[in-house]
Design a protein around this ligand. Structure first.
Ligand code: FES
Ligand SMILES: [Fe+2]
Length: 314
């Protein structure tokens, strides 16, 4: 049971939540290579038989499954007269343009359409855009270690108006947890803050489930410049991770930068019977809750506000 504490009676965290600590952690994160890889969807959203459209840093893309179920990604505009290939039809792993039937098997075509490198890690679908990223390309994206065995994965996405660094900075401020999300977190204590030598936050927190609470210790790291990884290191669901990936989508109609926040929760539990998802569900609810709509919206509001503050509303 979690004792009821009035919201205003919580211990304030603004003294510990120092901008210099957050900014330094963000700067270190931004130096970590991405290899120009961007998460653009959940793997299971790229289904057999139908194309999926995506936009990454203003680049229109189309993704589909080839004959062997492999992920294919390329420019979203048809090289013939520019039809939106995401409205095309996939037959036998071949993408047909709706306008005049140009067939793309994913290997390029006479009009010069060329695929771009794509990677399916089993949970998330990635694309490599070297012209956009401008870093030295890597053969594969940086995939944080995920729990193996009977793990449950859930992916959610929200879109907002800010830059990826604003999303990352929000996640690198663990101190806002119990104040800003009192419905989800309580008894939050930042145990260690990141340094050059040990670049992680260690946070003791209780996930709220109504009147009940699940205490855990969580570690926050930044495996690449656009990803924050939360891993439960002690307590229920040890080994479970929540990966937050921030992908630029390109300017919106108002000219502000668009961002897609794609969050993958890969939950595990040491309890017997975890493999049976339905029985395990109540145990991992708190983790899955991290991806709950309310928490998400609030964090995006934080990130968007941070963007406006630092850019003076531009
Ligand atoms: S526009 Fe695609 S085949 Fe003509
Ligand atoms: Fe938050």
């Amino acid at each position: 049971m979690v004792p009821r504490v009035a919201w205003t009676a919580q211990r304030p965290t603004y003294r510990e939540a120092r901008r210099a600590v957050i900014d330094a952690a963000l700067r270190r994160a931004q130096r970590r290579p991405t290899g120009n890889w961007f998460v653009f969807a959940a793997s299971r959203d790229v289904r057999a038989g139908r194309p999926l459209g995506a936009r990454v840093a203003g680049v229109e893309l189309v993704a589909w499954r080839d004959r062997r179920g492999g992920l294919r990604v390329g420019p979203g505009g048809c090289p013939h007269l520019g039809a939106d290939l995401a409205t095309g039809i996939v037959r036998d792993g071949v993408l047909f343009c709706r306008w005049h039937g140009l067939a793309l098997d994913g290997d390029g075509c006479e009009f010069g359409w060329r695929p771009v490198p794509a990677y399916d890690d089993g949970v998330l679908a990635w694309v490599r855009l070297d012209a956009v990223g401008g870093e030295a390309p890597l053969d594969a994206p940086v995939i944080p270690g995920r729990p193996d065995g009977a793990a449950l994965a859930a992916v959610t996405r929200v879109d907002g108006s800010c830059e990826p660094c604003d999303v990352i900075a929000n996640r690198l401020d663990p101190w806002h947890g119990a104040w800003f999300h009192p419905y989800s977190f309580t008894r939050l204590e930042v145990l260690t803050t990141p340094t050059d030598e040990d670049d992680r936050f260690l946070v003791s927190v209780t996930f709220r489930m109504g009147r009940f609470g699940v205490p855990v210790i969580a570690e926050f790291t930044t495996p690449d410049a656009r990803t924050v990884l939360m891993r439960i290191v002690e307590g229920e669901g040890t080994g479970s991770v929540v990966e937050t990936h921030a992908t630029p989508t390109g300017p919106g109609p108002d000219g502000r930068p668009g961002v897609a926040v794609v969050e993958a929760t890969v939950a595990t539990s040491q309890r017997p019977g975890f493999a049976v998802a339905r029985r395990a569900a109540p145990l991992i609810t708190p983790l899955m809750r991290h991806a709950a709509a309310r928490l998400w919206r609030d964090d995006l509001v934080y990130a968007e506000r941070r963007y406006r503050v630092r850019t003076g509303g531009r």
